[in-house]
Design a protein. Structure first.
Length: 202
């Protein structure tokens, strides 16, 4: 279902104080986690090729040089790739939180952030010799679309979970609980999905 930027900005961007900074950050982090999970899931279509996350990791490993790579191996042993993936997940989710803060005032900023991240992931995938371009395009496109959709939905959910007390007793608490429960559930599902998909590659 398509919702124009104008409508979204009227609902979210024109009342930034209605969504607290902490909830905006949580919304962005959750959206980033969901985007990663969807991207990894779709890329499983081509198990021989890279996933968005693994491709970015491989590009990073190729660019850091032998010395830093050897240091990582000496520090983490055979689990150095797993350590790299976990580090990337933390960084991406953190960047998602920043995108959520930007989208708190204007959703377009969040859309741009997810699009730029998707473009970087697609470039990394296409740079791999074993990549299939159609699978890369579909997986990254699905990740960006799902991430943006989740960000919009979480921000709307945050609007319905007021931070300040409201006349109906318990409503504010229930709203906060619903927002946090939804965020935790989506994040956990995305993490489990990513781990399952990545386990088939490492």
């Amino acid at each position: 279902m398509h919702v124009s930027d104008t409508v979204i900005d009227e609902q979210v961007g024109t009342e930034p104080d209605a969504v607290t900074r902490s909830r905006a950050a949580v919304a962005g982090a959750t959206a980033a986690a969901v985007a990663i999970g969807v991207g990894e899931l779709v890329s499983v279509i081509d198990t021989a090729g890279p996933s968005p996350l693994s491709a970015v990791g491989e590009v990073f490993i190729d660019s850091v040089g032998v010395r830093l790579k050897d240091f990582a191996v000496s520090l983490f042993g055979t689990g150095h790739r797993t350590a790299l993936v976990i580090s990337m997940l933390i960084v991406i989710v953190g960047l998602g939180a920043v995108a959520g803060l930007r989208a708190r005032r204007q959703l377009r900023s969040g859309v741009i952030a997810f699009s730029v991240a998707g473009a970087a992931g697609l470039a990394a995938m296409l740079s791999r010799p074993d990549d299939l371009a159609p699978v890369s395009i579909v997986s990254v496109g699905a990740a960006v679309a799902t991430g943006v959709g989740t960000l919009w939905w979480m921000l709307r959910l945050a609007l319905s979970a007021p931070a300040a007390p409201i006349p109906m007793p318990g409503a504010a608490v229930a709203g906060r609980r619903g927002f946090l429960t939804t965020s935790a559930g989506l994040g956990a599902a995305a993490a489990a999905l990513s781990a399952r998909c990545l386990s088939s590659r490492y």
